[in-house]
Design a protein around this ligand. Structure first.
Ligand code: KIV
Length: 270
């Protein structure tokens, strides 16, 4: 029989302590109250209001246009649906990169207005100072390295990162060495956990081994300290689903069938 998770709130220190723990960290996205309630009831540890909201909810090609106001609004909706899970919210593109001041303000608003307990932001070496500035004000930060969707144009699409070795000592973005350097920089700056997205399994395993903070993988193999997925992908609700996702339900098809039967009955006067 599986043990029911307790209803006590999951905290940032608890997630931090799960480094290397046999029971891995479970994380999923939510963008609204209804899905937040379901994900929370399923016993997930971390609920992320991802800026994947841009592609999943808003139908955009990339996450770049998502605004801080939109993220705060969705975080607030999700917060109302959670009883147990830790709420982490993404900081969208250009809300934290320009300066530490802008980043502290954006992160602070996410806690104050969005109800999040922590923020997530993308990047490594380039954002070390920003992460340090935010965490110095006791705002917990989750890092995000490897395939960082806000770097869509630099990567030339949502492409696997860290496949090639720099080989020239230059540690260029996208190289294996650079992904490792980025992860180390995130840890050094004070993040309590880091998402590793879209890298070869052995690279995620190497980073997980090197870091003392938990790693949460997505499309990065089974060796991280936890896993995160976009809920709509795993429930069969997304238009496009990455190849690594194991679809666990076909809710899109079920919903369409249910709605068709409604349309037919109403048309037929039933
Ligand atoms: O925006 C997002 O949803 C994410 C992940 C799924 C890691 O960053």
């Amino acid at each position: 029989m599986t043990k029911e998770p307790s209803l006590q709130r999951v905290t940032v220190p608890e997630i931090f302590k799960r480094k290397g723990h046999p029971s891995k960290i479970t994380a999923l996205t939510a963008y609204d109250y209804t899905v937040a309630r379901i994900v929370d009831a399923a016993g997930v540890d971390v609920v992320l209001v991802g800026d994947s909201l841009g592609t999943v909810v808003q139908g955009l090609e990339t996450t770049l246009p998502v605004t801080l106001e939109e993220m705060i609004y969705h975080a607030r909706c999700v917060a109302r649906g959670l009883k147990r899970a830790l709420l982490v919210s993404d900081l969208p593109f250009l809300s934290y990169q320009p300066s530490s001041e802008r980043a502290i303000e954006a992160a602070g608003r996410m806690l104050k207005e969005g109800g999040a307990a922590a923020v997530k932001l993308e990047g490594g070496l380039a954002v070390g100072g920003i992460i340090a500035a935010i965490t110095s004000f006791d705002i917990p930060v989750m890092g995000h390295v490897g395939l960082t969707p806000q770097s869509f144009h630099r990567m030339g699409g949502h492409k696997i990162q860290g496949r090639q070795s720099a080989g020239n000592g230059k540690c260029l973005p996208g190289s294996r060495e650079r992904v490792i350097e980025d992860a180390l920089a995130v840890e050094e700056a004070g993040a309590f956990a880091v998402v590793i997205e879209g890298v070869p399994h052995d690279l995620a395993a190497e980073i997980t081994e090197k870091l003392s903070i938990p790693t949460i993988g997505i499309g990065a193999g089974p060796h991280c300290d936890g896993q995160i997925l976009v809920t709509h992908d795993l429930l069969g609700l997304s238009a496009k689903v990455p190849g690594f996702v194991k679809r666990r339900a076909d809710l899109g098809v079920l919903a369409e069938e249910a709605l068709r039967s409604y349309v037919e009955e109403v048309r037929g006067g039933v």
